[in-house]
Design a protein around this ligand. Structure first.
Ligand SMILES: *Cc1c(COP(=O)(O)O)cnc(C)c1O
Length: 364
């Protein structure tokens, strides 16, 4: 028996989730977002499974070069663009789409002589105040980019939604209106929508959608589950029971003795902890699945293990497989109980977790 935790990546689920994107946005091109190592699933594994995507998006140049070197010839957008002439030259060399979000990048373009013009997305700040040029500057910067002679025409136009996960929020509509007002007269392709945008605001779909989280089978909304959206979890995180003990009323479990039994309990110790990416802030009561039955986390998460109350479960043995998240316990539920979001849990699975790729159709 090996007690190394394991993350199984279900490629059939990934492809299914891609089909959910296509159903929601049938006439639109899809830029699959595979930054941060494909949200922790393995960038190249995800790219290969999503060969139907019209393009890919990553956050950083290095990720894009890895993808290009692996043989992908479709458009690859780099959300942070370039921040030096050296990086800018790489966009030409590797034929990557640069996001221009700040005017210093236009200044850099004026300093180089590229072998051929690069493709760019001009990103507009419509409210998020993270990356993007001001709406009032769009035409002036668009003209500067055009005059540089270093960018392909027409220049593509994008923005990013801050609150699309909340279907009640008025910000989304305001951001879309501001985007439309700022690009009047410009003819380039447009892109606004992340997962929540494309599912919740159909008129945000435009020419390209940029789904990330929904591809991996977690919900982009606070108030709608992945199941309700027809999404399937791509990652299943498993480990094993490595010890079992019966404790008495008033015995405590784990660091800080933060949890004390109010009756006699059967405690299973599971070989996974925050050193593997299981969230340290998971609260007592966070569910895990053992032999198809729910057990509940008690006490603090350690680096290499957690403790689970399995008093209500039958026939638990050392060596039994435990699901931390996947089909039986959703990653959204674990994230909720840990005060975080599924995105952080997916990205946070560490190197010592073995990755298994499941490429067969899932058993349904
Ligand atoms: C990460 C990211 C996305 C994907 O967002 P999801 O919520 O995962 O769908 C889209 N666009 C930009 C600019 C991003 O940074």
């Amino acid at each position: 028996m090996s007690n190394r935790p394991c993350a199984t990546i279900d490629l059939a689920a990934l492809k299914h989730n891609f089909s959910v994107v296509k159903q929601a946005a049938p006439h639109v091109k899809v830029m699959a977002v595979i930054k941060a190592n494909g949200y922790g699933h393995g960038m190249l594994t995800v790219a290969e499974a999503l060969s139907e995507a019209d393009g890919f998006a990553v956050a950083r140049l290095e990720e894009a070069i890895t993808l290009r070197n692996a043989g992908y010839s479709k458009p690859i957008a780099v959300f942070t663009g370039f921040c030096s002439t050296e990086e800018l030259n790489a966009f030409a060399t590797y034929d990557l789409d640069a996001v221009i979000h700040s005017e210093y990048q236009v200044d850099l373009l004026a300093q180089v002589s590229l072998p051929k013009p690069i493709s760019v997305w001009l990103k507009i700040n419509t409210g998020m105040n993270r990356l993007g040029v001001e709406p009032s500057e769009v035409h002036r910067i668009n003209d500067r980019l055009t005059l540089s002679g270093m960018v392909r025409q027409p220049i593509k136009l994008m923005t990013h939604l801050a609150c699309a996960d909340d279907m009640q929020s008025l910000h989304t509509e305001q951001q879309i209106e501001l985007f439309d007002a700022s690009i009047v007269g410009l003819s380039g392709e447009q892109s606004i929508a992340n997962s929540a945008g494309l599912l919740g605001w159909q008129y945000s779909q435009r020419h390209w959608v940029r789904p990330g989280i929904m591809l991996y089978g977690a919900s982009p909304f606070c108030e709608k589950s992945a199941l309700e959206l027809g999404l399937k979890p791509v990652m299943t995180l498993n480990s094993q029971v490595i010890a079992l003990r019966t404790i008495k009323k008033d015995d405590y479990v784990g660091y800080g003795a933060s949890w004390v039994a109010d009756k006699s309990c059967l405690i299973a110790t599971i070989g996974i902890g925050y050193g593997d990416g299981y969230p340290r802030h998971a609260a007592t009561g966070t569910p895990v699945l053992i032999n198809g039955q729910k057990g509940y986390l008690v006490g603090r998460v350690s680096m290499d293990s957690i403790n689970v109350d399995v008093s209500e479960c039958r026939g638990i043995k050392v060596g039994d497989t435990v699901e931390l998240w996947g089909n039986g316990v959703t990653i959204d539920e674990v994230a909720n109980k840990s005060g975080t979001i599924s995105y952080e849990l997916m990205c946070g699975v560490t190197e010592r977790v073995k990755k298994l790729i499941k490429s067969m159709a899932s058993d349904e």
